[in-house]
Design a protein around this ligand. Structure first.
Ligand SMILES: Cc1ncc(COP(=O)(O)O)c(C=O)c1O
Length: 287
């Protein structure tokens, strides 16, 4: 069942709306988080809320609630769905203002939290591996729109996803302006080469993914050598394994890049991390 918390109260999710003058809608001026809940408990909620706070600070956007208040509201909204597992979208917009872009005309931020049952991630990609293309678009750099800001403006990613759709692929890899791998449209990217797990550093153009961080922690606890390293398409094509991570995706193996198979199709490191991840989310929910 859908549930929605808006500016301090639970409201009917189907009737909830925001003003056509909200700058989140007019200009993409706002920040958000996508959070999963497992066994009714939001996963890594503190990390999500801290990232929301960092994104908001970078945009000089006021969070009208404390992180404790937002945590309580997020938990309440998850419980209101009466689902065990689901997905939460926490959005903070600049709020209602004048038609011009000037954020000073927006008196108060709009905050809403939507929770719903889980949308099924493409099970074929999960089983057989996703097919990726390399997008012709480049990820905006830190001096354009810092990729660490999880803002409401996803047009860069949407245009890359359109290219993937047109090519009949599942997802697009986005490179930065130096031609190095940044990330997918809504996920971080990992490869395994000669037993070492590698992922691009965030400053190469990736969101500081919560799932990415969890995978790095799991790799350490499983004694899988891992490090951040800049990667080129060359490294992806020569990898033994490749997979994507994200709140929606969790961990998804990658089978192909630009129509070429990656590795032999055996995915021992992915399998280990996938199993460990599934165990961890249930353990943390029970803690
Ligand atoms: C651009 C982008 N990169 C990476 C990710 C993965 O981040 P997380 O694991 O925190 O969901 C997301 C997820 O929303 C994203 O939008």
């Amino acid at each position: 069942m859908k549930a929605c918390w808006m500016n301090g109260t639970m409201v009917d999710a189907d009737d909830a709306g925001i003003s056509v003058y909200d700058h989140g809608l007019l200009y993409g001026d706002g920040v958000f988080e996508g959070i999963r809940f497992y066994d009714t408990v939001p996963f890594r909620l503190d990390a999500h809320l801290k990232r929301l706070q960092r994104s908001a600070r970078a945009l000089h956007l006021d969070l009208p609630y404390s992180l404790e208040q937002l945590a309580a509201a997020t938990r309440q909204t998850a419980l209101a769905t009466q689902e065990a597992d689901g997905y939460i979208r926490l959005v903070v917009t600049r709020g209602k203002g004048a038609l011009g872009i000037d954020p000073r005309t927006c008196a108060a931020s709009t905050v809403f939290i939507l929770a719903d049952e889980l949308q099924v991630v493409d099970s074929q990609a999960k089983r057989d591996g996703a097919r990726l293309i390399v997008s012709s678009l480049r990820r905006l750099s830190v001096d354009q729109l810092d990729p660490r800001i999880k803002s409401l403006n996803y047009l860069n990613q949407i245009m890359a996803r359109l290219e993937a759709n047109d090519a009949g692929a599942d997802e697009a890899v986005i490179l930065n302006s130096n031609g190095l791998v940044a990330e997918g449209t809504v996920d971080n990217l990992f490869i395994v080469t000669e037993g070492v797990l590698l992922t691009p550093p965030v400053l190469d153009g990736a969101l500081d993914g919560i799932t990415r961080q969890v995978v790095l922690e799991l790799a350490s606890s499983q004694n899988i050598p891992c490090r951040e390293q800049s990667l080129a398409v060359y490294d992806l094509l020569n990898a033994d394994e490749c997979f994507l991570t994200g709140t929606g995706a969790e961990l998804i193996p990658v089978a192909q890049l630009q129509g070429r198979s990656i590795g032999s199709g055996e995915r021992p490191v992915y399998e280990r991390l996938q199993t460990a991840f599934t165990q961890l989310v249930r353990l943390e929910a029970a803690a």
